[in-house]
Design a protein around this ligand. Structure first.
Ligand code: SF4
Length: 216
């Protein structure tokens, strides 16, 4: 990785900053516990669906203990429409039991501790750390991976490797916002099936677009 790649990443970072000045997650939450539950529910679902469910869920379940106080079937029913509800309910209840046992019912602020919670991977952990605790991290989901590869920032496919490359290319203070901007860019502009290159501010810096123009 040379100076040229770093400069290019910074140009892309600045261009996205102009179009998405204040990125934020599209999941609704008011504290770390709610964001943790929302990220578990978001797997294989949409943020819109999760927000519909959590609008009711978070009124009923406000503390870690609330999730383990009910029968598993009741929580399953409450989250059913997000899909994979049995596994999600199991993960949420197991995670809450750990929070109660080891963290006084609070969501921990360390990556390693978060990764020890069922249903929480690096992507969710970075979402929680960056948005609630101000701990920098590059969120890498399917959108960030795809957009990064199309732009030519990396050829890696494993999310953890993409995260590592982006973290090396960008200054630490940009990590959280850059990841969130690329999530939104991938969701609404650089779509998986039909990227909207004609409307994309990153077009002049994009390897994928250059290849399309060259007819490759
Ligand atoms: S130019 Fe096209 S492929 Fe490249 S980032 Fe923009 S939308 Fe995606």
């Amino acid at each position: 990785m040379g100076q040229r790649e770093v400069e290019r990443a910074q140009i892309i970072c600045r261009a996205l900053k102009k179009t998405i000045p204040e990125p934020s997650v599209e999941l609704n939450y008011s504290n770390a516990l709610e964001l943790m539950v929302a990220t578990v529910l978001a797997a294989q679902s949409t943020d819109v669906k999760v927000n519909e469910v959590t609008a009711v869920l978070f009124k009923k379940y406000q503390h870690a203990a609330d999730y383990v106080a009910v029968e598993a079937e009741e929580l399953e029913k409450d989250i059913r429409s997000t899909g994979f509800y049995r596994q999600k309910a199991q993960n949420i209840r197991a995670a809450m039991a750990i929070l109660i046992r080891e963290y006084d019912g609070q969501v921990p602020k360390q990556m390693d501790a978060l990764l020890g919670l069922p249903g929480i991977g690096r992507k969710s952990a970075n979402v929680i750390l960056g948005n609630v605790y101000g701990v920098p991290g590059v969120v890498v989901d399917t959108h960030v991976g795809r957009v990064s590869r199309r732009l030519g920032l990396t050829a890696e496919t494993a999310p953890s490797k993409v995260e590592k490359v982006l973290a090396q290319l960008l200054p630490v203070e940009e990590w959280t916002a850059f990841g969130q901007r690329v999530v939104l860019h991938g969701r609404y502009v650089c779509k998986a099936r039909k990227p909207r290159c004609d409307e994309c501010v990153l077009m002049p810096h994009c390897d994928y677009f250059a290849r399309q123009i060259a007819g490759a």
